[in-house]
Design a protein around this ligand. Structure first.
Ligand code: ADP
Length: 189
């Protein structure tokens, strides 16, 4: 079973929720660049100050900042036996940087969580009310979906072309139903 896993999918697909459950099940760290960046913003670090404005607008944080952050995280001992990446790589440049710069950290399998766009927007607007994330407002949501389509979605073709299998998972349903599909998809690895 692959233990170096990448979760891919649009904002609102449920990557964070499923990645948390799967990381626990696999016993590997859940590495979410969104979570790490929001922590940096909350702490007011240099990185956080640079990232905050871009995140609030729904734009990507510059590759070099995110790549350095992830490289440092992957170099820690708990990632030596596997990891679950969520939110990174988010474009081809970041995927190449991961392949080139971090030895032994090649991704073994990509899980693509799919959800139709109307449902994504509905979920993100609901989360806006519940969690108060400042990038969950209508304009920013639209921008993040655009950025996903133009920057991140090309990775769906990129990985299979580079010999990394991709498994599509229907993200509609309860958390438990979707997680059962995630486990099934990985069982074949
Ligand atoms: P979502 O999947 O809901 O958009 P994330 O928590 O993954 O949320 O990311 C929130 C924001 O953090 C993004 O819109 C972007 O500004 C920034 N971000 C997260 N990961 C990356 C990354 N790999 N590269 C650039 N920016 C990132």
């Amino acid at each position: 079973m692959g233990r170096r896993v990448l979760f891919l999918g649009p904002p609102g697909a449920g990557k964070g929720t499923q990645a948390t459950l799967l990381a626990r099940a696999l016993g590997v760290p859940h590495i979410s660049t969104g979570v790490m960046l929001r922590e940096a913003v909350a702490e007011g670090t240099d990185l956080g100050n640079q990232a905050g404005v871009l995140m609030a607008a729904g734009d990507l944080v510059p590759d070099e900042l995110v790549v350095a952050m992830v490289a440092e995280r992957l170099s820690r001992s708990d990632a030596a036996c596997g990891f679950l990446l969520d939110g990174f790589p988010r474009n081809i440049e970041q995927a190449d940087a991961l392949d080139n710069s971090v030895d032994g950290h090649a991704i073994e399998v990509v899980l693509l969580l799919t959800v139709v766009e109307d449902e994504l927007v509905r979920r993100l607007l609901k989360r806006a009310v519940e969690d108060g994330r400042d990038d969950d407002n209508e304009d920013t949501i639209r921008r993040r979906l655009e950025v996903y389509r133009s920057e991140t979605e090309p990775l769906v073709e990129h990985y299979p072309l580079h010999g990394v299998p991709i498994r599509r998972i229907d993200g509609l349903g309860t958390v438990e139903e979707v997680f059962a599909r995630v486990v099934m998809a990985l069982a074949h690895e």
